[in-house]
Design a protein around this ligand. Sequence first.
Ligand SMILES: C[S@@+](CC[C@H](N)C(=O)[O-])C[C@H]1O[C@@H](n2cnc3c(N)ncnc32)[C@H](O)[C@@H]1O
Length: 210
Amino acid sequence: MVEPKFFETIAPLYDFLTKLFMGGTYESMRKRMLNEDTSQMEILDLCCGTGYISNTINAKRIVGLDQSDAMLARNAKVKRPNKELIKGNAYQVQFKDGEFDRIYNSSASHEFKLFSRLLQKSYQALKPGGKIIIFDIYQPKNRILSFFMNTFVRYVVERGIMFVHTKEEWRQMLTEAGFEVEELESVRGLYIFVKAVKPLQGKLPLTAAG
Ligand SMILES: C[S@@+](CC[C@H](N)C(=O)[O-])C[C@H]1O[C@@H](n2cnc3c(N)ncnc32)[C@H](O)[C@@H]1O
């Protein structure tokens, strides 16, 4: 997790640096995250940044939430009539129960010490049958990739603090929040792709059920 002010400084270069770091994965993952017809859906881009999802997705209503003024200002440069940008802390902002059909969270879960809390909030904010789609770095099992993740990525890219999870931890967090996992796949050894659904017959999250 980098300090909030980091994004204030990096915002003008963020897209360029991210594409450079991710190479071909940048576009291929966006395609994969957006591989369905969402044109009639209400969507939340959680930690929307400069608009990787919110400025590309075709949707009836797009809400982008982020806590960085500078990232939101970059995002706002792309005008879309059905897009609302909200400044706020994802831990604190309240959405209505069942407000969204899809929630996207890209390259941001590692910023949160308690990402499971965001999963619980997302579950509440989704309609039954709604889905959360997540893409981010993760904790690889492979020793070489794990070394790279926990040295270069942790100390150079993320300035010492990041929260990454193994595939098993992801499955547990999603299940505990009440989701059914549809896809949980490591991508190129360094990233995780998640698609999980809030069941039509609402399950109680395990944490709430006790
Ligand atoms: C690495 S960027 C990813 C941006 C965008 N989703 C993308 O894929 O390019 C992480 C974003 O998360 C935002 N962020 C971090 N912690 C946050 C929090 N607690 N509440 C809201 N936004 C947060 C940062 O401001 C930043 O814009």
